[in-house]
Design a protein. Structure first.
Length: 604
């Protein structure tokens, strides 16, 4: 006969809750620092020993706790953050569940000392006490957590090495420090200070702080932007595609100041980088999304890492379109403002506000020798060698002078062509120094963007299938296809419903006539079900256009005239995403006179 239902003891309830909230020392630090932030702290010091397993001590200068509230803070579901369901639906604080402190106290030895403003003295309370005792402490709170999981040895055995656990803890503190630039943070481990940040109110100070937390190379490669529309505001720093990472370890996204890991957000960001990154590479960013708290549900998971947007498709499209435009609008700018290559910049100077030139038809306005050629017109090895040997008597042409009466400020951002190096690179001189251009990569991007403009101008043409393809789907997917019938039409697909669980594909985009119709349909339906939108078909079409652009672009060992090289430079300056080719490689790299002087030890 089954055991009778009985009420669990309070300690066991807290330990069960701790299994959701307290995963490792980093989880403890996250919960306690969020409490400090909610208390209005302007400075937070985190001191840990043995990766946080032995001891975690967090001190803040916030509002503190009264002796009456301290015992309540250690009881479950006791919080000052919410009073009603309406408060829960408009959460503006970091914490609100009232579970963190009792959960931590159930698996570790916890004590707190707190002092309110203008109080005569502070009060101390240990987790095993019922009433606080007088103590000495300035305004604010110190919470000390010792011997994590001392009473749950099975949980303790799952912890990793001290180095690994501290790595997670440090990453957590850095994320929190990025989220709240107005708060000073200090982290110490085993008596050694790891990092310390000052409050940063101005943008320049914030960028210096980001550089200290993520590295100067990120800041040197990052584009700052801010955009607001439809009740949403997105701002922050997104790194140029050439600063991609092998892992998603430099991706920080905040919703109303809360660090989140959300698949809708990740998908939108990834889609905005879809044709400017190598396969398998990850973008880097520090982004902040602000919206009405009523439009986002943060009460999804005990750790509060996940959120649910009430208008998910709107948020997805807003993030995608904003970042897509930020990356598209980057142009070579006047070189006197160019960032330093030494600081980690690879192939770019700061973003320009110049609008995209979208009115030129494919190949128009380009010298005949610079238009896409058929494959096989490149020079052979013998010819290239002969030209190279004959080059000893050839001098690079002088760059055209600036317009009459002009000065260096009127020199174009990428300057004027000087010569061609081994039939691969174009050397140009601008107002600040030298510019190296990979002519094939640059022309590939220019050609690709013009192909896309032509496609957008005429729409996506569809081609009927000789034999329609029937696909068995779930009833939900069939209904989804009916609801998005217009979406399929705009993508160049004709999809009809034949029965409760059968769809038929009658036409595909002309450029994808050889594609797997069933797989394409299922991929689009999956995107529509998850994100409310799909870029699958456009991404596949763009892959075809990218291949066409690669084969149609100027090849290595093609000798270009000075006029053709200058035409290439001007087109780079006016083409979207011209800083990298379709595969994510840089198309041009600047070298200032100062950098060149250092190479030759001039002035030393």
């Amino acid at each position: 006969m089954p055991d009778r239902i009985q009420q669990l003891p309070s300690q066991l309830i807290n330990q069960i809750a701790a299994g959701e909230v307290v995963e490792r020392p980093a989880s403890v630090v996250k919960e306690l620092v969020e409490n400090s932030l909610d208390a209005g702290a302007g400075r937070i010091d985190i001191d840990v020993q043995q990766g946080g397993v032995k001891r975690i001590r967090i001190t803040d200068d916030g509002q503190g706790l009264s002796p009456r509230d301290m015992p309540l803070a250690l009881s479950r579901h006791a919080t000052s953050k919410i009073r009603s369901l309406d408060d829960l639906e408009h959460i503006a604080s970091m914490g609100f569940r009232g579970e963190a402190l009792p959960s931590i106290a159930s698996v570790a030895r916890l004590s707190m000392i707190s002092c309110e403003p203008d109080a005569a003295h502070a009060w101390r309370l240990d987790a095993d006490q019922s009433q606080p005792e007088p103590a000495a402490h300035p305004q604010g709170t110190t919470i000390e957590v010792q011997d994590l999981f001392f009473n749950t040895p099975a949980r303790r055995r799952f912890l990793k090495t001290e180095k690994t656990e501290f790595g997670h803890l440090e990453q957590t503190v850095r994320r929190l420090a990025l989220a709240r630039p107005e708060v000073a943070f200090q982290l110490s481990h085993n008596g050694r200070r790891v990092f310390s940040t000052r409050p940063a109110m101005q943008r320049a100070e914030q960028e210096a702080r980001i550089g200290a937390l993520l590295g100067e190379s990120f800041v040197a490669n990052a584009l700052f932007f801010e955009h607001a529309a439809v009740g949403l505001r997105l701002w922050g720093w997104v790194a140029r595609p050439t600063f991609s990472r092998s892992q998603a370890d430099m991706q920080h996204f905040y919703v109303n100041g809360r660090s989140v890991r959300d698949k809708l957000v990740s998908h939108a960001v990834r889609q905005s980088f879809q044709d400017v990154l190598f396969h398998g590479r990850h973008p880097a960013y520090v982004l902040f999304l602000e919206l009405d708290p009523a439009q986002v549900d943060v009460n999804v998971h005990p750790t509060k890492h996940e959120v649910r947007f009430r208008e998910g498709r709107l948020v997805h499209d807003f993030i995608f379109r904003t970042l897509h435009q930020v990356l598209a609008e980057e142009r070579p700018e006047a070189p006197e403002n160019a960032a330093s290559l030494d600081a980690g910049l690879v192939g770019h100077s700061p973003v320009s506000s110049t609008s995209v030139r979208g009115d030129a038809p494919l190949g128009e306005g380009v010298p005949d020798g610079y238009r896409p050629r058929q494959p096989g017109l490149g020079l052979g090895v013998a010819q290239a060698t002969a030209q190279y040997r004959a080059a000893s008597a050839w001098q690079a042409p002088q760059a055209p002078a600036a317009p009459d009466g002009g000065d260096e400020r009127e020199v174009p951002p990428l300057g004027f062509a000087l010569a061609q190096l081994h039939g691969v690179y174009v050397l140009a001189q601008n107002a600040e120094g030298l510019v190296l251009v990979d002519m094939h990569a640059a022309h590939e991007r220019i050609t690709y963007e013009r192909f896309k403009q032509a496609r957008e101008g005429e729409g996506i043409r569809s081609q009927p299938l000789l034999v329609p393809v029937s696909v068995n789907v779930s009833p939900r997917e069939a209904e989804l296809a009916e609801q998005h019938h217009g979406t399929f039409e705009t993508l160049g697909m004709e999809v009809d419903r034949l029965g409760e669980q059968v769809l038929v594909v009658r036409a595909l985009p002309a450029l994808l006539r050889g594609a797997d119709a069933e797989r394409l349909l299922r991929d689009v339906l999956s995107d529509l079900a998850t994100f409310g939108t799909s870029q699958r078909v456009l991404a596949s079409i763009n892959e075809v256009l990218a291949t066409m652009a690669c084969h149609g672009s100027v090849r290595a060992n093609r000798r270009l005239t000075v006029e053709e090289m200058n035409a290439l430079l001007r087109d780079i300056e006016t083409t979207e995403r011209s800083g990298q080719c379709n595969h994510g490689r840089p198309t041009w790299i600047p070298l200032s006179m100062q950098q060149l002087d250092r190479l030759f030890l001039r002035g030393q």
